[in-house]
Design a protein around this ligand. Structure first.
Ligand code: DOR
Ligand code: ZN
Length: 340
């Protein structure tokens, strides 16, 4: 049994920089036709020069012209129309982090004063640049995303022409928002489709599954699964694959992030097959993102077959999800099209 997937896209990806970028870039470029690259470097990506230099470092690390990095800028309310326009096609989206909410987000936004944000968000609306949002308040950890719903509603109603992507949603409340506001969309990770808080902390603590937003309750996961398996047109795959070195995960202050890039495609095929929804996988992995972002991805066809794959214990210095376990599908071939 085989399956072929056309131009899979990972619309939320951390590739890091320097040595880490060198170690893990190929994990994504081997299996995806492109990825939306998060800007939370140290310091974050905030200028055109930084963005282009980072894109070039990514291209050098992947050494693969069949993977396109779709670049993002770290949101600042000071951005104006001329500044954003100057990015032209180099910029795919702007990513908003509340200050201090997750890894390398210290320079993010403090407070959601619409008037402070108005200039930048109206400029993005006019230029057709989507806003990607890490939607968590600084409240109790299990409630942070649900508490953010009112901020999503405020953004969606004040900026009706702005495409707002709720990144890595983890709750039923966020799923419900998709049908309430035309201009809200969402990415969903692999790990939030598979685990709940019980998998992270219900038994022995499993640091490699610790991430932000933290995995929630079974009914939240069920709500995510439903829209992903149905390939709801407003959701798309975004792995939020977030590599940290092993020593930073297996530590007293464990860094947040699950490293899924090397196994994401295989595990998604396994999941969609288990639910008898393989026919919808290409929409979740590619077609929905093409429609939402208005992009034309590189042509790249990935073929997988149903033979077991033993997940390596490490990629470079990073422990992947399912390390040392067997998945039921393997990659067999990758075909690059004329434009790749
Ligand atoms: O778990 C996470 N890790 N969540 C994020 O939002 C950021 C990411 C990272 O950059 O490590
Ligand atoms: Zn992320």
């Amino acid at each position: 049994m085989t399956i072929t997937l056309k131009s899979p896209l990972d619309m939320h990806l951390h590739l890091r920089d320097g040595e880490m970028l060198e170690q893990i870039a190929k994990c994504s470029s081997d299996t995806f036709a492109g990825g939306l690259i998060m800007p939370n470097l140290v310091p974050p990506v905030t200028t055109l020069d930084e963005l282009i230099a980072y894109k070039n470092r990514i291209n050098k690390a992947t050494n693969d012209n069949s993977f396109k990095p779709y670049m993002t800028l770290f949101y600042k309310p000071e951005y104006n129309y001329d500044f954003l326009k100057s990015f032209g096609d180099e910029l795919t989206a702007v990513k908003l982090y509340p200050a201090g909410i997750t890894t390398n987000s210290e320079g993010g936004l403090s407070g959601f004063d619409i008037e402070v944000m108005r200039g930048s968000l109206e400029a993005m609306s006019e230029l057709g640049i989507p806003l990607c949002v890490h939607g968590e308040t600084n409240g109790f950890v299990m409630d942070r995303e649900a508490e953010f719903s009112s901020i999503y509603a405020k953004l969606a109603t004040n900026f009706p022409k702005l495409k707002i992507i709720m990144e890595h949603i983890t709750t039923k409340e966020s799923v419900d928002l998709l049908n309430k506001f035309d201009n809200l969309y969402a990415t969903i990770t692999l790990h939030h489709l598979l685990i709940t808080l019980d998998d992270v902390a219900g038994g022995m603590l499993r640091p490699h599954l610790f991430c932000k937003p933290i995995a929630k309750r079974p009914h939240d996961r069920d709500a995510l699964l439903k829209v992903a398996l149905d390939a709801h047109p407003k959701v798309m795959f975004g792995s939020d694959s977030a590599p940290h070195p092993k020593h930073a995960k297996e530590a007293c202050g464990c860094a947040a992030g699950v490293f899924t890039a090397p196994i994401a495609l295989i595990a998604l095929v396994e999941l969609f097959e288990k639910h008898d929804k393989l026919d919808n996988l290409e929409r979740f992995l590619s077609a929905n993102a093409i429609n939402i972002y208005g992009i034309t991805p590189l042509e790249k066809t990935i073929t997988l077959e149903k033979t077991p794959y033993l997940v390596p214990e490490k990629f470079g210095d990073v422990v992947p999800m399912f390390a040392g376990e067997e998945l039921s599908w393997s990659l067999t071939s990758i075909t690059k099209g004329d434009n790749a």
